[in-house]
Design a protein around this ligand. Structure first.
Ligand code: ADP
Ligand code: MG
Length: 438
């Protein structure tokens, strides 16, 4: 464990502590404990931790503390710029920022698509401290010289892996160049795996500390994962209806792969007397917000969503995540199931798999390092046989081990490279964060 087990030892402003206390957050999460001190030291950070482990506050707290430590003398353009891959995520970050700054005078604004262009006018006319934006719309304002980047002291990228997936790398780099007077850059991501994120980070960050937070047991392992075998689409639907009707299923998100499936499923649920709302990529912003609100306010208990639409979605009390269709990749699986069991709560993730999904299911199991248990419902038992998978598992586990070795080597050489660099006045941490954990 880290030394930092409560927020008091982080030496934060009273107003921040009060807001944190009001949220009833007792301890910083692992990623928070590891990143906040380094960020307060002025270091660039490349941080990763699984979904739902508090990355938002890991960057909001040091950013806000910085604004409180160095208050501005007169009103001006934004000093902190936070970039998020989707509008929903931008708004959720803004929500958390508003709550945590409620006892300060700091002002917070969002700039995203889906809002009438001129509605942002007040963002530019007033004093702004923190702006949370999606890249497309922000760039539009920058190009038209409506957004002043020169006061930005800190640039924060949330869900960097998603931004890359969604093809925003160039946009982010442009914004990075536009905010080149900044003093600090923080990058957060669910994973830092793959060369892409590292290459991207290298172009944007300056001598970053890399923090890969293994969540503590308290934060981890709260998601029970099961799967049910289905013979076909009809069978999947029957299973889903049955599972949705169980008492413990209080609030559910159902993931599907394609937009068409969203509408199809919504009407099937409707026929079965289950009210649901949905999120898909082509909905206008007002409709998206409304869907999220309806779920948040318990007006409906079921949300059907595509992956694009559900990125970063943070709704409390989601008890069940259903993979009506398995996701294309294992990391999306992790991302999806992270919608439940937010911050210490319990959650259940259920996948409905057909024969052709089996190979992918096994891949997912290897990725999450866990066997996903099969369950059945008596009256809905599958008729088809479990498909046999030819011994693919062994070599790939080995391959993975090798990959890990390679990675470990790489990491080592990276540390050396970093340490050999002249980092000027910045304080050099005497230990790597990983060592501090021990
Ligand atoms: P991530 O970005 O890592 O997916 P979030 O920042 O969205 O996770 O946080 C997930 C949930 O955990 C949010 O509802 C947030 O309010 C809550 N949370 C954040 N920090 C703490 C903490 N220290 N203790 C308890 N809950 C927390
Ligand atoms: Mg997040």
């Amino acid at each position: 464990m880290t030394d930092i087990t409560d927020f008091l030892s982080l030496d934060l402003d009273e107003s921040l502590l009060k807001a944190i206390e009001e949220k009833n957050f007792k301890h910083p999460t692992t990623i928070q404990a590891l990143t906040i001190p380094a960020a307060l030291d002025g270091r660039d950070i490349m941080g990763s931790a699984p979904t739902g482990t508090g990355k938002t506050l890991a960057f909001l707290i040091p950013a806000i503390q910085h604004l409180l430590d160095f208050p501005r003398r007169k009103p001006g353009p934004p000093r902190i710029l936070i970039l998020a891959p989707t509008r929903e995520l931008a708004m959720q970050i803004a929500d958390q920022a508003l709550q945590i700054t409620q006892y300060t005078d700091l002002s917070i604004a969002t700039i995203t698509g889906g809002v009438a262009y001129m509605n942002h006018a007040e963002v530019f006319s007033k004093n702004q401290d923190i702006v949370i934006a999606t890249t497309g719309r922000l760039l539009q304002y920058i190009k038209e010289e409506n957004f002043d980047c020169r006061a930005v002291e800190m640039l924060i990228l949330d869900e960097a892996d998603r931004m890359l997936d969604m093809g925003f790398a160039q946009d982010v780099e442009t914004i990075s160049a536009e905010t080149r007077w900044r003093k600090q850059t923080l990058l957060f991501s669910a994973t830092l795996e793959g060369q892409d994120v590292h290459d991207f980070a290298k172009r944007i960050l300056n001598d970053p500390i890399e923090i890969d937070a293994e969540p503590s047991r308290r934060e981890r392992k709260k998601i029970q994962q099961f799967y049910y075998r289905a013979d076909n689409l009809e069978h999947k639907l029957a299973l889903l209806l049955k599972l949705l009707s169980q008492d413990e299923c209080q609030k559910a998100v159902i993931f599907v792969r394609k937009r068409e499936r969203v509408h199809e499923l919504a009407s099937k649920l409707h026929e079965a007397g289950i009210r649901s709302c949905y999120l898909e990529g082509e909905m206008v912003q007002a409709k998206r917000n409304e869907a999220i609100k309806r779920l948040q306010n318990n007006r409906v208990n079921v949300l059907i969503a595509t992956d694009v639409a559900a990125r970063g979605l943070d709704i409390d009390d989601i008890t069940h995540v259903f993979n009506f269709d398995l996701p294309r990749t294992a990391d999306i699986y992790l991302h999806r199931i992270g919608r439940t069991a937010r911050a210490g709560k319990k959650g259940t993730a259920i996948s409905l798999v057909e024969a052709h999904d089996y190979e992918l299911l096994k891949k997912i199991e290897r990725y999450v390092h866990e066997a996903i248990k099969m369950r059945t419902i008596d009256e809905l038992k599958p008729k088809s046989k479990v498909p046999s998978l030819t011994g693919k598992k062994k070599p790939s586990t080995k391959a993975k081990a090798k990959l890990k070795e390679k990675k470990a080597e790489k990491k080592k050489s990276k540390v050396r490279h970093r340490d050999s660099k002249n980092i000027g006045k910045r304080r050099k941490p005497s230990q790597s964060p990983q060592e501090q954990l021990k």
